[in-house]
Ligand binder design. Structure first.
Ligand code: THU
Length: 129
């Protein structure tokens, strides 16, 4: 499954719209129902409006009624070589954190991680109580 999900992320990166950074990113999000939602980074001439591949995938899934997630694979490359790991940025980790537990799996080119590996002591809805 890891490999299949990572391949889906690489495939999703083909749709990346990244004329400014020229860094193509794809993400593939596996839901508890067994569905896969993919996403790519979409840049904008107003740079800060860029959205990352991971958030594209999460927002697609949630907007289609799914918000229980098992794992996400992320693939990023400037030259079509996806061997170098592309970890999710802080903003994407926080968005994933809204829907995922600490043991949510993040699959990169060099292996499998947990959300808590990248975002320990996270701020979430429990802090609002
Ligand atoms: N990017 C992602 O899509 N996901 C990440 O986890 C890191 C960065 C995108 C944003 C921007 O379009 C490009 O990669 C360079 O930062």
């Amino acid at each position: 499954m890891d490999n299949q999900l990572f391949k889906a992320a690489v495939q999703a990166s083909r749709n990346s719209y990244s004329p400014y950074s020229k860094f193509r990113v794809g993400a593939a999000l596996l839901t508890e129902n067994g569905n896969i939602f993919t996403g790519c980074n979409i840049e904008n001439a107003s740079y800060s409006l860029t959205i990352c591949a991971e958030r594209t995938a999460v927002f697609k899934a949630v907007s289609q009624g799914e918000k229980s997630f098992k794992a996400i694979a992320v693939a990023g490359s400037a030259d079509d070589d996806f061997a170098k790991p592309c970890p999710p940025c802080g903003a994407c980790l926080q968005v994933l954190s809204e829907f995922c537990t600490d043991d949510f799996i993040i699959i990169l080119s060099d292996g499998e991680y947990k959300l808590s590996d990248f975002l320990p002591n996270r701020f979430d809805k429990n802090n609002l109580k």
